[in-house]
Design a protein around this ligand. Structure first.
Ligand code: SAM
Length: 280
């Protein structure tokens, strides 16, 4: 009979959030797969657990999953943890869960911290319907396109964001979604936990002047009546064509589209040249 795969949530910054059941499960499994063995070893040491660790991260996920499935099919129990929070939530895990299910193994979640759940419950924004979008794309054009795609979803929008991009992402949210109510949380569960609430523009202003560090969760209210949602074309090429169709000459269209996509005019020109059919 196959063993069981346990998805074990671990703290997102406060070791006091490690649940007794998570500790117990880590002690009882045969092996623990983790993103970073050094990081997880510190956690195990803190709780006095000695266990075999194997690395399981985005670069070896597929091959390592096969090895772990082999162990499960021999009846061994496998624990999966990520560096922080719940495995498979913007962390490795999906591949292993699917393969484990296909192999007939049981998959059990040992619940615990998830950054976005904690951020949304302190935001004061509606929790009746939530859209979790993971990380916004790092390239500005892609990010703006994604924001335009989600703009009309009738739910509170939630994104993860890194410290070096939070300002640029908030500026794009403001531009594409309008000045909605929002909330930005950082350092959740840690000593310097902070949540800023208000309009997107006021949060952006405070973030830019504070120069704070930490990983962020960004929560944005759904579209409200009277708020304008600006559609963004799916590509630079399409936007230039749209602007030309609206009467702008090529030079002006390129200038506007470049600005909207956060590119210099020369970079936009270069990208347009590259995207022309037949070009190599
Ligand atoms: N698996 C994790 C979870 O359950 O939330 C998410 C992992 S994802 C790679 C890391 C992102 O989660 C960070 O960039 C940040 O957006 C968010 N995050 C994790 N810990 C956080 C914390 N203590 N405070 C605010 N955001 C956090």
């Amino acid at each position: 009979m196959p063993g069981t795969l346990y998805l074990i949530a671990t703290p997102i910054g406060n070791l006091g959030d490690m649940s007794p059941r998570a500790i117990e499960t880590m002690k009882n499994v045969d092996v623990i797969a983790c993103e970073d063995t050094r990081h997880t070893l510190k956690l195990l040491n803190h709780f006095g657990i000695t266990k075999k660790l194997v690395s399981y991260h985005e670069h070896n996920e597929s091959i390592r999953a096969d090895e772990l499935i082999e162990m499960l099919s021999k009846g061994q129990n496998v624990g999966l943890v990520s560096d922080a929070g719940t495995p498979a939530i913007n962390d490795p895990g999906l591949v292993l869960v699917r393969k484990a299910r296909n192999a007939g193994a049981e998959v059990i979640s040992i619940p615990g911290p998830v950054a976005f759940v904690n951020a949304v419950v302190v935001s004061g924004l509606p929790t009746d319907s939530l859209f979790f979008g993971g990380f916004l794309p790092s390239k500005q054009g892609d990010r703006r396109k994604r924001l335009a795609e989600v703009a009309a979803i009738p739910a509170t929008l939630i994104f993860y964001e890194s410290p070096h991009r939070i300002g640029r992402s908030l500026a794009d949210c403001l531009d594409i979604l309008g000045d909605r109510s929002a909330s930005v949380s950082r350092e959740l569960t840690k000593i310097h936990e902070e949540t800023l609430t208000g309009s997107l523009s006021s949060i952006l202003e405070r973030i830019l002047s504070a120069n704070s560090r930490g990983e962020y969760v960004l929560i944005i209210d759904r579209e409200r009546d009277g708020q304008e949602v600006r559609p963004v074309s799916s590509s630079l090429q399409e936007r230039v064509a749209e602007l030309e169709a609206a009467g702008h000459d090529n030079r002006a269209a390129l200038k506007i589209a470049a600005k909207e996509h956060g590119l210099s005019r020369s970079e936009a020109y270069r990208q347009l040249q590259l995207s022309r059919p037949g070009d190599t």
